[in-house]
Design a protein around this ligand. Structure first.
Ligand code: PMP
Length: 433
């Protein structure tokens, strides 16, 4: 096998024997609490019997069918998703995952506006295909950035590592909005089709924008006729304790991408939720885009069952409540004991610990994009997690706490206890050690 994002000669993948709920296990009898939700997609955990049964039933009934036909689970999934997306994002275009959703959102925005340029943030991740990786503002872009797509990057707000030397959230918000205005002025508003942002940037560090920022971007987009795209591939479907993260900020984009949690990743599925005005553009004029497996019946049957499970088992509420009553105080208590924790940020089942060498200087525990020996402190932290039965999400100097949204209180506490032990390994690499 050829593994993604990996040096083939260095990767030693764990052989997974099985998984259930919030846990998976290997062939040697090691069992891990999965604080990664896979790649932040198993929002209802592994092997939920109702979703497995729905896939099996659909496979027996009608296992595949071409797009542009009304197939029951496809229509039903679109209806259930549209009912939950904010505002008038009521037309659902299906893809096989998040990157394809971003690709199509950008294409829709370009055709709708007749403009070409797209603005996206540094410190973002939008997917591994050509346009999506071009928009991505993390180092995974470097190797495949052709620089000719009309993509322009700007700095979105992030107070802890402010690009604007801001001292508080209000200042960070105002300066970030001014910076965006300046970027638009210099790029030419009449050339800009879309601004693409993750509602809460995930992979790049779970950086909740300050109050007023997304509303400010909405206002800027309206003023210049720019399509506002929110990427909810990671933050959507309960992850933040709401169906969609946009609800926290009272904003409605023109296009919203989703994937991952839509069916907990049991069968690949993603899509774009489209506003009335943009859908209208393609009423008489064909939309030049589509995928052979768009709205695959098995994926859509899994989505219908997943959404039903989320309603029946109050999974979104669970993410909000366990996040607020167990994870948040638990992480705060860890920060009191562990000098390697520079900042804790997040909401619901979407948290990041920013690990530092020194709390005063905020110097990251490992250098940006570190590998090998330079990454040893994070490797030691990761090994200690695994030794204590916790599978951690690690990205550069951060660990993300992103368990399934239906995690129980006992499981959340078990994970926090393992983090407590593992953070001691990180503490040894701080100036406080
Ligand atoms: N957008 C965001 C915000 C993501 O987090 C991801 C995946 N991590 C993607 C897009 C790409 O999704 P996929 O890997 O399903 O193509």
């Amino acid at each position: 096998m050829f593994h993604s994002w990996s040096a083939q000669g260095l990767i030693d993948p764990l052989a997974v024997a099985g998984a259930e709920g919030s846990y998976f296990w290997d062939y040697e009898g090691n069992r891990y609490l999965d604080f990664t939700s896979g790649l932040v997609f198993t929002n209802i955990g592994y092997q939920h019997p109702k979703v497995v049964a729905a896939i099996q039933e659909q496979a027996a009934k009608l296992s595949t069918f071409a797009p542009a036909f009304a197939v029951e689970p496809r229509s039903e999934a679109a209806r259930l998703i549209a009912e939950r997306t904010p505002g008038d994002l009521d037309k659902i275009f299906f893809t096989n995952g998040g990157a394809e959703a971003v690709e199509n959102a950008v294409r829709m925005a370009r055709l709708h506006t007749g403009r070409h340029k797209v603005l996206a943030a540094y410190r973002s991740y939008h997917g591994g295909t050509t346009t999506a990786i071009n928009l991505t503002g993390d180092p995974r872009r470097w190797a495949s950035d052709n620089g000719t797509s009309g993509t322009v990057h700007f700095w979105a707000p992030f107070l802890y590592r402010s690009a604007f030397y801001a001292e508080n959230e209000a200042e960070e918000c105002a300066r970030a909005l001014q910076h965006l205005e300046d970027t638009i002025a210099f790029e030419g508003p009449a050339a800009i089709a879309a601004i693409v942002l993750e509602t809460i940037p995930g992979t790049a560090g779970i950086m909740t924008p300050p109050p007023g920022y997304l509303a400010g971007v909405r206002e800027i987009c309206d003023r210049y006729g720019i399509v506002f795209v929110l990427d909810e591939v990671m933050a959507g479907f309960g992850r933040t304790g709401k169906w969609f993260a946009a609800e926290h900020f009272d904003v409605v984009p023109d296009l919203m991408t989703f994937a991952k949690g839509v069916n907990s990743g049991y069968v690949p599925l993603g899509g774009v939720a489209i506003s009335g005005a943009i859908a209208e553009t393609f009423e008489k004029r064909p939309y030049p885009g589509g995928l052979t497996y768009s709205g695959h019946p098995l994926a859509c049957a899994a989505a219908v069952a997943t959404i039903q499970v989320m309603e029946e088992e109050r999974v979104v509420e669970n993410a909000a409540v366990i996040g607020e009553t167990v994870i948040a105080p638990g992480l705060r208590a860890l920060a009191e004991r562990h000098p390697s924790i520079g900042e804790i940020r997040g909401t619901g089942m979407f948290w990041a610990l920013d690990l530092v060498k020194d709390r005063e200087t905020r110097e990251p525990l490992v250098p940006y994009n570190a590998s090998g020996e330079a990454n040893a402190p994070m490797a030691a932290f990761g090994a200690a997690c695994k030794k204590n039965g916790l599978w951690p999400f690690i990205n550069m100097n951060r660990t993300h706490v992103v368990p399934p949204c239906n995690v129980t209180e006992a499981e959340a506490k078990e994970g926090l206890a393992a983090l407590d032990i593992a953070l001691s390994a990180a503490d040894e690499h701080t100036t406080a050690a």
